[in-house]
Design a protein around this ligand. Structure first.
Ligand SMILES: NC(=O)C1=CN([C@@H]2O[C@H](COP(=O)(O)OP(=O)(O)OC[C@H]3O[C@@H](n4cnc5c(N)ncnc54)[C@H](O)[C@@H]3O)[C@@H](O)[C@H]2O)C=CC1
Ligand SMILES: C[N+](C)(C)CC(=O)CC(=O)[O-]
Length: 487
């Protein structure tokens, strides 16, 4: 499926990464000559972070293309996400261009503040335009606020919600349109107070950040506001909490709706303090630090199947179901598909050696099922046991890599099965390992070898015949320590 991303800045780049890493093809249009470089850098960060949160393996990455026009980007797209700068007139112009080429395709806007009824003004097909407001980094944070206008059909909204869940997001349908939706209303209140605190010389930017990250920021990340305050009410609960702290809202703690004037002096003050606090890092470095911390938090929440962690587990479950649904086709073919998961990675940053053997078992199990010696056969009392294995480690496989395992039958008789497995990387076809194995057919109750069923042997004969013109691997039978030229 194809998604079109119109506007490839901070947010458009994040959307592109989320769709691509979830298997969608993505076409981007952005007139900025630097867009391709910037998106490449965001994508590199996303590729390093998102696969660390998948315990089933993400789908094969989609294809990325840069279009020369809006029309080219949106043609053939099943979903369009607009992420141009936050100016209503610009968004209207862009919607007109999009809908001249793709009038009926769902068109989400990343707008932080505009209402859908404002976005839809003058549109050719207003009903397909809605707010899909994400949070930065879009490829890691699950929330996307979906704000349809009152006129939108719920069936259409349901389709959009489902589509966004499929790329691992947590789409929250906002009940009524409102300026700045829900998340930014809350963030603006905090941002306003923080600006006052800096302007009035009460705190520096760093001190404010310390207050948040050493206290309530940690609470919010896992329980939000109301659940946290319920606990703060003690055994007496939420009512008691409100009675105790409600009156404080009327005390002069906050500047309420007053916004400090953005004078040059205030902007300089904040920019200087921010430079002193974080100027020794590049933006990409800061993004990597942020992503690493987010991945660590999210993994902890995943282990507890809680909050945002549960969204990642739900996504794993969805992907596992989809993989099961497509397995029927792969069982019939000779290839076994594998994805390198976070738990497979060692201190060298690549697939650890024990996982090569594990990959071999997966490939063999699929092969045995294919020749009729799968779990039903085992349940009836017979099985193939591994007698000897020789693994050659030929290439690296990194986190998230998609691998294909194939089997070549070297020889077989009634009791013995000698096979040669190849493990290759899907991205460039590199052979990462060969696994040579001798298996013996056993009567499990008797604990000794015996002849395999005739139907199994017949299928093995057919496969061996079909493979008869495959050259025997020169490294078959190679022993450890043998010189390279012997392979
Ligand atoms: N930066 C943030 O934290 C968040 C921003 N948003 C929203 O996302 C949208 C984009 O914001 P950012 O990515 O931060 O801005 P940005 O300035 O990083 O990116 C905007 C991009 O739009 C491109 N653009 C301008 N005119 C265009 C046109 N006619 N066609 C295609 N591309 C065009 C620009 O070249 C630029 O690359 C805004 O609506 C903003 O409110 C939403 C959530 C968070
Ligand atoms: C600053 N902002 C209003 C653009 C922020 C957002 O819209 C959401 C976010 O990622 O914080």
């Amino acid at each position: 499926m194809k998604a079109a991303i119109i506007g490839g800045g901070v947010i458009g780049g994040g959307w592109a990464a989320r769709f691509l890493l979830n298997g969608w093809d993505v076409a981007i249009f952005d007139p900025d000559p630097q867009a391709e470089r910037k998106i490449g850098e965001v994508l590199a960060n996303a590729r390093a972070a998102l696969p660390q949160l998948s315990d089933t393996g993400l789908p094969t990455e989609g294809r990325l293309s840069f279009a020369g026009s809006v029309a080219e980007a949106v043609t053939g797209a099943a979903y369009i996400q607009e992420s141009v700068s936050e100016q209503l007139a610009l968004k209207h112009r862009v919607f007109a261009e999009i809908q001249a080429a793709a009038p009926d395709v769902p068109l989400g806007s990343s707008t932080s503040g505009f209402k859908p009824s404002e976005l839809q003004q003058g549109a050719v097909t207003p009903g397909v335009i809605f707010v899909a407001h994400p949070f930065n980094p879009v490829y890691l944070l699950p929330l996307v606020e979906i704000v349809p206008s009152a006129a939108d059909a719920q069936g259409f909204t349901d389709h959009v919600l489902e589509l966004l869940r499929d790329i691992g997001m947590f789409p929250l349908q906002v009940r009524k349109e409102i300026d700045a939706h829900i998340g930014d209303r809350l963030l603006e209140a905090l941002w306003r107070e923080a600006l006052w605190l800096v302007k009035d010389g009460i705190a520096t930017t760093e001190e404010i950040d310390d207050v948040i990250r050493m206290s309530f920021g940690l609470r919010w990340a896992q329980m939000g506001l109301f659940e946290t305050y319920r606990i703060a009410g003690g055994e007496a609960g939420m009512k008691h909490f409100m009675e105790q702290f409600g009156p404080a809202l009327a005390w002069p703690w906050t500047k309420l709706m007053d916004v400090p004037e953005f004078t040059e002096e205030l902007v300089e003050l904040i920019a200087d303090q921010s430079d002193a606090q974080s100027g020794h890092h590049t933006i990409r470095d800061l993004e990597r630090i942020r992503d690493g911390n987010l991945v660590a938090f999210l993994r902890a929440l995943k282990d507890r199947d809680w909050g945002a962690g549960k969204v990642f587990n739900d996504h794993d479950r969805r992907l596992a179901e989809q993989a099961k649904a497509t397995k029927t086709t792969s069982a019939a073919s000779e290839a076994t598909k594998l994805v390198v998961l976070p738990s497979w990675i060692d201190y060298n940053g690549h697939m650890t050696e024990s996982r090569y053997l594990f990959a071999g078992s997966q490939i063999v199990d699929a092969f045995l099922a294919r020749i009729g010696a799968g779990l039903d056969y085992v349940a009836a009392g017979h099985s193939y046991y591994t007698a000897e294995t020789h693994i050659r480690h030929l290439g690296e496989a990194k986190l998230g890599a998609h691998l294909t395992g194939t089997v070549q039958v070297l020889s077989h008789d009634e009791k013995r099965l000698h096979i040669w497995m190849r493990l290759t990387r899907d991205d460039d076809g590199t052979e990462v390992a060969t696994i040579e194995q001798m298996l013996l057919h056993v009567d499990m109750a008797a604990g000794r070898t015996c002849a395999a069923d005739t139907s199994v042997l017949k299928t093995l004969d057919e496969i061996a015949n079909a493979q008869s013109d495959m050259p025997r691997p020169t490294a078959a039978g190679r022993h450890v320590g043998q010189g390279r030229d012997a392979a």
